[in-house]
Design a protein around this ligand. Structure first.
Ligand code: CP3
Length: 349
């Protein structure tokens, strides 16, 4: 008798506790891998890779091929793309300055959102990547799609680039809340079809990255983080029931509790500044969590890494838990340390 393939990561998102804890790494496809750097050197730029579905599918699968997919491997594949594809499809120009980061033009601090001309066909190659990955994925691996959350996307759209303390977006949100609300609403409307498109092409769960959630005061957090994430969760769940949603409000600290309760996400991602024992004590009972190894402990390796891993595993004796980093893996992370981490996790708990 044959049984359905077991996907431990998806099982955690549905409230189970497989042992050992399933794991993936934020930014697991990328610059710390020599095979990624080789492909990138061939193709020219990051966006060229995202828009070459064959290359993007290869990159999505690179970490799984290198580290394996069994008990001592990775249990999730995250789509190789970027959160800034949404503003690009909404009509901003997008490029990456070498050594500096993303640029979006015109910045919405200076230009009106209504002046942008959307081009939704910019989503299509990403869906093609999803279909290609799906066809090649091993049955035990869970395929994750993603989008940026509206506040984080707005910080880039308003400033036209990354910004210290997200000051341009925070200033606009106070000075002209109606105009800022219109930007947030437009991002929600652009994000929903993008996530639905990824799901229809084959992803099995999605993560909402709110990388700059930590820069907001409690009232602003309620309005610009919780409300739009809740809108996305409610509408996505109505449109595509049964697809788990992981919310990752980086830097939210104690506001994680309201975020978890009020957005309705199926799981919350914890960044490395959150004490996992605090999270276990304060988050709603039974809510799955994901995290939260300090990416720099992974760079350090050795005993410090083993101890950090053990502390995280011990903090969740009964709660469903996906092991992950607290934020993206950094480019100078030694591959051997990733292998050390996976070996440590593979023993179970
Ligand atoms: O492996 C994965 O996690 C999947 C792919 C992925 C990328 N970016 C690829 C990428 C994901 C999920 C993201 C999310 C993302 N992108 C976030 C949210 C998560 C976070 O880290 O907070 C943000 C804020 C961005 C925006 C972005 N993209 C920036 C600021 C930069 C430049 C700085 C940097 O880290 O290089 C990017 C480029 C980017 N996105 C790269 C990769 C692999 C580097 C591209 C390269 O130079 O080769």
């Amino acid at each position: 008798m044959s049984s359905a393939p077991v996907k431990p990561l998806l099982a955690v998102l549905r409230g189970e506790r497989p042992s050992p804890a399933p794991r993936w790494m934020m930014r697991q496809a990328g610059r710390y891998l020599p095979e990624y750097r080789a492909l990138r050197a061939d193709k020219g730029g990051f966006l060229e890779l995202v828009y070459d579905s064959r290359a993007a599918a290869d990159i999505t699968l690179q970490p799984l091929e290198r580290f394996g997919t069994g008990a001592t491997g990775l249990h999730g594949a995250i789509l190789f793309s970027d959160i800034l594809i949404v503003p690009y499809a909404m009509g901003q120009k997008l490029w990456f300055e070498t050594g500096e980061g993303p640029r979006l033009a015109p910045p919405l601090a200076e230009s009106d959102i209504g002046a942008l001309v959307p081009d939704w066909s910019r989503y299509e190659p990403v869906y093609e990547t999803v279909r290609q990955v799906k066809a090649r994925l091993r049955p035990e691996t869970t395929f994750l799609g993603f989008a940026g959350s509206p506040w984080t996307i707005a910080t880039y759209m308003v400033a036209g680039q990354g910004s210290k303390d997200q000051a341009p977006a925070r200033r606009l949100a106070y000075a002209d809340p109606a105009r800022f609300q219109a930007i947030i609403d437009a991002i929600v409307e652009a994000t929903l079809p993008y996530l639905i498109g990824q799901i229809d092409a084959g992803v099995e769960a999605v993560q909402l990255f709110d990388s700059w959630a930590g820069s907001l005061s409690p009232q602003q957090f309620e309005r610009w983080v919780i409300a739009p994430n809740r809108a996305i969760v409610e509408r996505l769940r109505a449109a595509r029931p049964g697809i788990p949603i992981i919310g990752f409000p980086k830097g939210a600290g104690a506001k994680l509790v309201d975020y978890a309760r009020e957005t309705g996400v199926d799981a919350v991602g914890l960044d490395e500044t959150v004490d996992p024992r605090w999270a276990d004590a304060h988050l709603p009972a039974g809510l799955p969590v994901q995290g939260n190894l300090d990416p720099l402990a992974l760079v350090a390796g050795g005993q410090a890494l083993d101890e950090a891993i053990d502390r995280i595993l011990a903090a969740f004796p009964t709660r469903p838990h996906i092991f992950n980093l607290g934020h993206g893996i950094v480019p100078d992370t030694p591959i051997a340390h990733v292998e050390q981490m996976l070996g440590r996790l593979g023993g179970g708990k």
